[in-house]
Design a binder for this molecule. Structure first.
Ligand SMILES: NC(=O)c1ccc[n+]([C@@H]2O[C@H](COP(=O)([O-])OP(=O)(O)OC[C@H]3O[C@@H](n4cnc5c(N)ncnc54)[C@H](O)[C@@H]3O)[C@@H](O)[C@H]2O)c1
Length: 293
């Protein structure tokens, strides 16, 4: 089945969607990129262009490889434009309602044999699959951020996911040069079940005044040997995504230890969503990031 995957649809051209389109195109797949508007698709394409140019500058890829990969990514303004796709990977905002609506709307436009996948960080694959007409051809393919750099991809079966769907997803991920790990369909799977409570705790440490943004991040970089501090990482992930994941953990596991920190809620309400909004726990509007607390 995976051998027959030639064309990949990506819904959502934000940081994850454009990263997925980037690696798929570099691996030789044809890509169709969708978002809410042509402007957003074009913003995603511009990011891919810039990121691939950086890879050329670093000597990671040749200029002709970059050009060929860019040519393989075609904007898909409507779901009907996704019809040629053998698999469609959804990477839209981390909100179950948004994702369910996308899957309901996309089903009539794609072929019956097309596999549907979600890049969700936390939401039940079984529930998302139930909003489609093909739960047996539905799977979670959870890439890490930034997609071109990070090695791991979590694969998550829903209760109805059939073996050929799983094998097709595994072969696809391997063709992208990534390593698969398999997680069961529980809230936030493996990586985020462990990572997000740590980030949320770092925000509580900030909220309670135990340390400043700088002291918390320095402590975890130099004291726990993390490559970046938890607040810097939260900004990188996007604070709206962090909050959604904590809400899914809190609702899904019904344990108060997953209560989202009120300070995280406040930052999201302010629209301070991290790097993508140019402000989060750091302010990115100047030459170098300045801690906001
Ligand atoms: N940020 C991370 O570190 C990370 C890592 C792994 C997985 N994810 C998951 O990837 C998904 C996307 O996250 P992101 O960080 O790229 O967010 P983002 O905010 O950068 O991008 C989301 C994109 O989805 C688009 N979108 C929203 N509704 C849509 C719709 N109905 N149709 C088409 N496009 C729509 C938005 O316009 C936006 O461009 C989420 O499910 C998130 O949990 C994120």
């Amino acid at each position: 089945m995976a051998n027959s995957i030639k064309t990949i649809g990506v819904i959502g051209a934000g940081q994850m969607g454009n990263g997925i389109a980037h690696v798929c195109a570099l691996a030789g797949f044809d890509v169709r990129l969708n978002d809410l508007s042509v402007d957003r698709i074009n913003a995603g394409l511009a990011t891919i262009n810039g990121n691939m140019a950086r890879q050329v500058a670093k000597g990671a890829i040749e200029e002709d490889v970059r050009q060929a990969a860019l040519d393989r990514i075609v904007p898909a303004a409507t779901y009907d434009d996704l019809r040629p796709c053998d698999i469609v990977i959804e990477a839209a905002t981390e909100n179950e309602e948004v994702k369910r609506k996308i899957f309901q709307s996309v089903c009539p436009s794609v072929r019956p044999e097309t596999i549907l996948a979600s890049n969700t960080s936390s939401i039940s694959i079984t529930r998302l699959a139930a909003s489609t007409d093909r739960p047996e051809r539905f799977i979670g393919i959870h890439f890490m951020n930034p997609v071109p750099v990070m090695q791991l991809v979590e694969l998550i079966r829903g209760i109805a996911t059939e073996d050929p769907t799983f094998e097709a997803a595994r072969e696809l991920v391997e063709k992208l040069g990534k390593t698969v790990t398999v997680a069961e369909d529980f809230p936030a799977f493996i990586v985020n079940r462990i990572l997000l409570p740590m980030i949320n705790e770092a925000i509580y440490v900030l909220y309670e005044g135990v340390g400043s943004v700088d002291s918390i991040d320095t402590a975890m970089r130099l004291g726990a040997n993390h490559p970046m501090g938890p607040l810097q990482l939260a900004d990188f992930i996007g604070l709206d995504t962090c909050l959604s994941v904590m809400q899914v953990l809190h609702d899904g596991l019904a344990d108060t230890k997953y209560r989202p920190c009120p300070l995280l809620v406040k930052y999201v309400e302010a629209g301070w969503l991290g790097r993508k909004a140019k402000r989060g726990f750091y302010d990115y509007r100047g030459e170098k990031p300045i801690p906001t607390r």
